[in-house]
Design a protein around this ligand. Sequence first.
Ligand code: 15L
Length: 266
Amino acid sequence: TPLNRLLLTGAAGGLGKVLRETLRPYAKIIRLSDIAPMDARTGDYEEVVQCNLADKAAVHALCEGVDAIVHFGGVSVERPFEEILEANIKGVFHIYEASRKHGIKRVIFASSNHVIGFHKQTETIDASAPRRPDSYYGLSKSYGEDMASFYFDRYGIETVSIRIGSSFPEPLNRRMMATYLSYRDLTNLIERSLFTPNVKHTVVYGASANRDQWWDNRMAAHLGFEPQDTSEVFREKIEQQPPYAPNDPALIYQGGAFCEAGPFDD
Ligand code: 15L
């Protein structure tokens, strides 16, 4: 049975635009929010609400009447700390506080591989590996996972934190041959995350069934996520790109170029 009302934050973003369509079967009403303007609603099943995640009162109003939240809002790349603080750190706090006040029991959090980005590509890690954030962005996602853990232990609000690899129509470079997550696999993973009972706070890596695997999802086996797609179909095209220099972080670290972003001087 679908949910009554699902909130999707970040609905104007790269993944939000996709999920606006693909999550439709899972709720009678999908409420869409973003700080940026969105396309007008396309039917009675959509509600479109422009909202700044840094605005506590606005997020509180946004979450009223919602059964579950798919939280994809916030800054999705490395930026100066002050920008990350508003959208991602204050934003995730506002989402959980609103969930507590409105009795919302399930959050799907768009975490990122950049939480563990300074692990080497030669390692295979699971959800218990020490976090090694590679950026202020990665730090904010690490904080979001801690927020999820705290709100479960303290208030019983369940979260699936998806450490998304690289979710684009196709891999854009050699590193993404390992991190690629197809839109279909992303959607299936969110569906499993919404409807699997008793997830507590589960951390799951979001990658398709790619040849080279850096991530072990056995600690999230209860989700029953089985990726259907693979980056192999893009290999010929991607291998036309020049190889990385031996010292390129895109060749060394799981987080790739994020590991050398910044510093940001005023
Ligand atoms: C992310 O977290 C970013 O949002 C996305 O733009 C990609 O850069 C991705 O990680 C990646 O690591 O490829």
